[in-house]
Ligand binder design. Structure first.
Ligand SMILES: NC(=O)c1ccc[n+]([C@@H]2O[C@H](COP(=O)([O-])OP(=O)(O)OC[C@H]3O[C@@H](n4cnc5c(N)ncnc54)[C@H](OP(=O)(O)O)[C@@H]3O)[C@@H](O)[C@H]2O)c1
Length: 308
């Protein structure tokens, strides 16, 4: 299959491209810089130059592909609406292009905040609808295309897709621990985070693509890229403390925002999820290291050293 991938140079996208190529697919990756373009070309992928705001380029990429995997995200922290609007516009553009074609459309989503207070399952629809909601309501927007001949697959990633080189949430929490001189956890640290190793997430994407072609269900497909359903934040803080030789301490709920900054809202949240339905459907068994194994092995040491 010829697959158009946005975010192909990113943390998850670069691993997904490797898996797609290894599985014999042709890949065209959206690249907005020379360095992203040459990284893609060096592994044997084709390049479409363009930005997320260049909807004509995204439309053309989808037009000439057998399937689309949308992973690009501006991740603009000062104003999430900027990222959400771009995500929504790209999803609308790709969906419009794929209407009536029965082609697969896989898009990045997450399990965060979908079912507050309890683990999220594949049966739980996203409550986020409309441009003002988290991720711009992109998952529900993409599922609106299912009845119009698009094989939408939501790739719900755990809040940490971890591994050596990760610059996501765990890297940010480790950096804050270094800056504060203490590895903190919110309250009693019993709130839990789901996790998945990047290699397992990348394998899931390719398996999900195959399933969308071979056996696409009428109601659409929600896949959970979740290897560990819920790691207490206390255990994460303990491992960060071990990794960087820092004391470990509870942070009072009232002080979480001041201590952790923007990531406090996430670190204080229950973000557990299940993936048994995904594992059974795809025959997907996570085999990568656990988050704690990664932290204990020094997977985050390089990034944390950079903020010393
Ligand atoms: N990593 C996680 O733990 C995690 C967890 C849950 C959900 N997700 C979601 O999964 C998706 C992929 O995440 P990731 O960790 O791989 O993100 P990432 O490493 O930050 O990669 C983002 C990708 O988007 C591209 N991009 C950014 N701004 C762009 C723009 N204006 N135009 C075109 N491309 C642009 C980047 O291109 P450049 O290389 O040119 O910068 C890069 O390829 C995102 O939607 C993310 O929110 C990730």
């Amino acid at each position: 299959m010829h697959v158009f991938v946005t975010g192909a140079s990113g943390w998850i996208g670069s691993a997904a491209v490797d898996e797609l190529l290894a599985a014999g697919h042709e890949v065209t990756g959206l690249a907005r810089s020379d360095s992203s373009a040459s990284a893609l070309e060096s592994k044997g992928a084709r390049v479409r130059r363009g930005d997320l705001d260049d909807l004509a380029s995204i439309r053309a990429g989808a037009e000439t592909a057998d399937a689309v995997i949308h992973l690009a995200n501006k991740h603009y922290l000062p104003n999430p609406a900027v990222s959400n609007n771009a995500t929504r516009a790209a999803v609308q553009t790709i969906g419009d292009e794929l209407v009536g074609s029965d082609r697969p459309f896989l898009l990045a989503s997450g399990v965060a905040a979908l079912t507050p207070g309890r683990p999220c399952t594949e049966d739980d629809p996203s409550p986020f609808v409309g441009p003002q909601s988290p991720r711009g309501g992109a998952e529900n927007l993409a599922f609106e295309f299912v009845d119009r001949g698009v094989r939408t697959v939501s790739l719900r990633f755990a809040p940490t897709v971890h591994g050596t080189g990760d610059h996501g949430f765990i890297a940010a929490i480790a950096a804050i621990a270094r800056q504060q001189g203490v590895s903190g956890y919110p309250g009693d640290g019993s709130n839990r985070w789901a996790a998945v190793h990047r290699s397992d997430a990348a394998r899931l994407i390719v398996l999900g693509l195959g399933k969308a072609v071979s056996e696409y269900p009428d109601a659409g497909l929600r896949l959970h890229a979740v290897a560990e359903g819920g790691i207490p934040t206390r255990d994460i803080a303990d491992a960060i403390g071990r990794a960087f030789d820092l004391p470990v301490s509870s942070i009072e709920p009232a002080d979480v925002q001041a201590h952790f900054g923007w990531i406090g809202a996430f670190f204080g949240m229950e973000m557990s999820a299940k993936s048994s339905a995904t594992q059974e459907l795809l025959g997907w068994t996570p085999t990568g290291p656990t988050l704690i194994e990664d932290l204990d092995a020094g997977a985050y040491s390089v990034l944390a050293a950079a903020v010393r």
